[in-house]
Write a protein that binds this ligand. Sequence first.
Ligand SMILES: NC(=O)c1ccc[n+]([C@@H]2O[C@H](COP(=O)([O-])OP(=O)(O)OC[C@H]3O[C@@H](n4cnc5c(N)ncnc54)[C@H](O)[C@@H]3O)[C@@H](O)[C@H]2O)c1
Length: 431
Amino acid sequence: MSDLFPRRYAICGVSARAIGMFLKPMVSEFTEYAEPVALLDIDPLRFKIAKEDVPQIAGVPEYKAEEFDKMVAETKPDVILALGMDCTHVTYILQGLAHDLDVVSEKPMATTSEDCRRIVAAEKRSKGKVICSFNYRYPAIHRKMREMILAGAVGRVTNVDLSWYIDTQHGASYFKRWNRIRANSGGLSIHKASHHFDLVNWLIDGVPDTVHAFGALNYYGPDGEYNPSRKDGRTCGDCAERAKCRYYRRWATRSSALKVVDDHIGAFAGSRKQYTDYRPDRCIFDSAIDIEDTYVANIRYANGALLNYSCNFSMPYEGYRLAINGTKGRIETQEWHAPFRTPFPIEHERQYIDYFPIFGSQERFYAVENEGGHGGGDPLIREDIFIEPDPERPYAILSGAQEAWHSVAIGEAVWRSVKEEQIIHLDFSLD
Ligand SMILES: NC(=O)c1ccc[n+]([C@@H]2O[C@H](COP(=O)([O-])OP(=O)(O)OC[C@H]3O[C@@H](n4cnc5c(N)ncnc54)[C@H](O)[C@@H]3O)[C@@H](O)[C@H]2O)c1
């Protein structure tokens, strides 16, 4: 056991993700390696919720958003965890780096390419290092694809097809919450699709250079086809129209939709209010929504590879199709995510990779799967973050700040291309 451990972690943004993904494991399986020493948030209710859910942190001191320096002076953390609303990450990453501390940020690292540039420049001046927790790299199928590409199965990658499907429950959740405002999340081409872009960037060793996209708000917002009436400010928990709302009714019985009581999980999880002044069950048809729910994009990489990407946030089922073509062959996979939410027969419960050499016989691969959130990715990335990157794994998998910037830059170029109807050239210079 190294003298380095346990490392002291300050949690900036006591989000649902902070509690489930980081705090609970820290006080259970990682006690030798990690110790939560500070909580920082704008909302004091988040401290109460976290301490109820994780009683072991009852004595951990609480800090307001503007008390970062005080927090560092008093609790002497080794690592800052930036886990709040996306647009808040940059503030805590930069402050952490200014104190020469390591930082782990949830994805996306920031909500603009310019903020990523500031982070990468600050990291160069700091003794601290930034990790962005891209857990989508870790599921067994993705690691197997990376290994196949590294082993030369497809040769030089020429083009990639990635279509991501997000179902009506998961998709609508983004339009009920802070994510629906671009200033908070960067829009879904950053908040969500940066995961997808990072996965491709990592799989193919790609540095993106040019982006073109189209996009639209088709399902949500006031013009949504299933909006029961054009009215702003409704919240699911007490909405008189929810029995007429197809999105609500898809996931609820008619009797529960008719019984309007303010205890819907959107506003409260179980019987608890989750946030002080903020409701996460806002109407998906509000005119405040300023982001897209449908994208198609083309990305060209410096190594010549081309990505054809699409994403839709109101699909009848959830999953993705991914195919990678190269000079020696093709690998392809399809995931049917959340079969329990899929009301249709699904083609296969167990995901696999098909390999088609350009000249030769097809082979099918099943990967050794493991338990845990996000396709088994969450437990593995936690070990790499809290202990160290697995020394037995012969390739890099944890993302640093530069790679996180690439994914945000694509996502920003996607929505800018949609707005400006132009091809966007990416620039990763630091000046
Ligand atoms: N990697 C993944 O698979 C994955 C999954 C879910 C969420 N996430 C990421 O985790 C993060 C949290 O998401 P969530 O849905 O759990 O959030 P959430 O809505 O549960 O919590 C957001 C938190 O941010 C806090 N906050 C807002 N402004 C703040 C400020 N200025 N300073 C400090 N705290 C502030 C809020 O009070 C709240 O506690 C996001 O960045 C999200 O993208 C990642």
